[in-house]
Design a protein around this ligand. Structure first.
Ligand code: 3UK
Length: 520
């Protein structure tokens, strides 16, 4: 109600709410894009809620799987599930049948709403999941598809009463290693995140137009591209595909004002903008004059990337660390309080500190484990890892941090990614930040690889910029990069091995998969 019905009931139903950009985000798909007002999204969500309850037999507490690329239809399905008092289990579009089976099994999913384009893997999974009784496809012209069913339903729906501590959604972690973990979040958690970071750090307005890349199945995307814009009465552009090449023209086309994506995407967009301004890319320059706020999350934001984006667009990035377990961002800053190399300070509403292995707070400047407390927190769905993540009310996110003299939190690495080489503790991301400032480096990843002499060896995997100077003499370039790092940070941290790659392994959410590089 607070995010959707409220606007209609207070006479603001005519405001633009969600914009769908079709398959070709550049606007050349030929498919007419959807543009729904708040009243229209409400009507769609109500019809779908009626389908859920009356056609598909959903009762409060049922877990409903949602599967689709970012579209207004998926947004309508999400609200329909909330309205019906059911629990949304959104899944990443790229999940394969094997992973879907785990999700369905773990969350005991009984119903599914699935984009017809992604039905195949779900059908395969369903054959192994008797618990999943009803699947209904949307964006389909089938007679039993969601659209046909919704058309026969009323556009009015009395929202099922839910308690503030009824479960609203189960979000699965991207799970770079091990089994996917389901995390439960209540209705009050959904509202709490709308009242913390967006109010204090983002400071969005009703006339903003949000855009970005993270899937709605990733809580970074759910918040940034659906909950936050709707919480202030703004509009959201939902792109089915949002690679950096597609995101740039989409920002220009929709005159977007607030952008959410990962650091790697900002680097790629900055590179494309620079190439365009030099005329080496077809299409020339892109008009980004509408853009006001750019948010980076999912991975550490290197100081070099912050600077690059500022030099290219004039915009100071807003960095924020969030986690699926915490639902959204809990340490961040405003544009005015940005500090290169630091994530920021606890978002109002949250407390954070850095502790040692015994849970004691460490002195400022000392590296330890990040511990967080606030209105949201980790509730794993039947998982023995709960006791490891939450200790004495504090959430341990698995990140190594230090707090500087001014109370800024400075990211080091994932605690299990810290490199121990020759007796030194080395944070891969710090070496990556140093390397990224080198003019030939487009992307890089620094990991510890087994080494007889030093225990672990600092190794960098580097993707060169197209046409980078010196690429013809690899040995000389390796030496130059090593010297470059030694001149920037403590020399013992320099990468003793450097390997050039065409690309780096990343998750669907833009995170480096360091474990795959270590195994390589
Ligand atoms: C890392 C960061 C440094 C960090 C997420 C915003 O990424 C999100 O959730 P995940 O569950 O991963 C959580 C882990 O990712 N991380 C995220 N952001 C940053 N590290 N600086 C950052 N700015 O290791 C964290 O523990 O996939 C991000 C909002 C919602 C989210 N779910």
């Amino acid at each position: 109600w607070e995010l959707l019905d409220r606007w209609v009931e207070t006479g603001q139903g005519d405001r633009t709410c969600v914009i769908g950009a079709g398959a070709g985000a550049g606007g050349d798909s030929g498919e007419a894009g959807i543009r729904w007002t708040y009243a229209e999204l409400q009507a769609e969500a109500n019809r779908i809620a009626n389908v859920l309850v009356q056609d598909l037999g959903v009762v409060p507490g049922n877990r409903v799987l949602l599967r689709g690329a970012n579209t207004p239809q998926l947004a309508a399905c999400w609200f329909a599930v909330m309205k019906a008092g059911a629990i949304a289990v959104a899944t990443m579009p790229l999940l394969r049948a094997k992973e879907l089976v785990q999700v369905i099994d773990k969350a005991q999913v009984t119903h599914a709403l699935c984009d017809a384009a992604l039905a195949q893997e779900l059908e395969t999974a369903r054959a192994q999941c008797p618990v999943l009784t009803r699947v209904c496809l949307f964006r389909s012209d089938a007679a039993d598809g969601l659209e046909a069913r919704a058309e026969r339903q009323s556009a009015r729906f009395d929202n099922v009463d839910t308690a503030s501590d009824d479960c609203a959604l189960i979000a699965f972690t991207s799970g770079t290693t091990g089994q996917p973990k389901g995390t439960m979040h209540f209705h009050r958690d959904v509202l709490a995140i709308c009242r913390c970071w967006p109010v204090h750090c983002l400071r969005a307005r009703a006339d903003d137009v949000f855009i970005g890349s993270p899937p709605l199945a990733f809580t970074f995307g759910l918040g940034g591209l659906l909950l936050f814009p709707l919480s202030v009465g703004a509009a959201a552009v939902l792109l089915e595909k949002a690679s950096p090449e597609l995101l740039l023209p989409a920002i220009a086309k929709h005159r977007a004002t607030v952008c959410f994506t990962a650091p790697t995407s900002y680097r790629a967009m900055a590179a494309a903008l620079t190439a365009a301004s030099k005329g080496s890319v077809q299409g020339g320059s892109v008009d980004l004059s509408s853009l006001r706020k750019c948010v980076s999350a999912g991975e550490a934001l290197p100081a070099a990337t912050r600077q690059l984006w500022k030099d290219t667009t004039g915009i100071e990035l807003i960095d924020g660390i969030g986690a699926t377990e915490m639902l959204h961002i809990f340490i961040s800053h405003t544009e005015e309080t940005a500090r290169p190399g630091a994530t920021g300070r606890p978002v109002p509403g949250y407390r954070a500190c850095v502790v040692d292995d015994e849970g004691r707070e460490v002195p400022r400047g000392t590296v330890g484990k990040l511990a967080v407390q606030g209105p949201t927190g980790c509730r794993y769905l039947a998982d023995e890892r709960q006791a490891k993540y939450v200790r004495q009310g504090w959430n341990l996110t698995g990140d190594a941090y230090l707090v500087d003299a001014d109370g800024y939190f400075v990211y080091q690495a994932r605690t299990d990614d810290m490199i121990i080489s020759g007796g030194y503790n080395i944070a891969g991301p710090e070496v990556e930040s140093a390397l990224l400032a080198h003019p030939a480096v487009a992307e890089c990843a620094v990991v510890g690889v087994p080494d007889d002499e030093r225990g672990q060896l600092v190794k960098a995997f580097v993707v060169l910029k197209p046409g980078a100077a010196g690429a013809d003499d690899e040995a000389a370039l390796v030496k130059a990069m090593q010297d470059f790092v030694k001149a920037t940070i403590a020399p013992y941290k320099y990468p003793r091995a450097i390997e050039f790659r065409a690309s780096l392994p990343r998750t669907e959410t833009g995170k480096l998969q360091r474990f795959r590089l270590r195994e390589a």
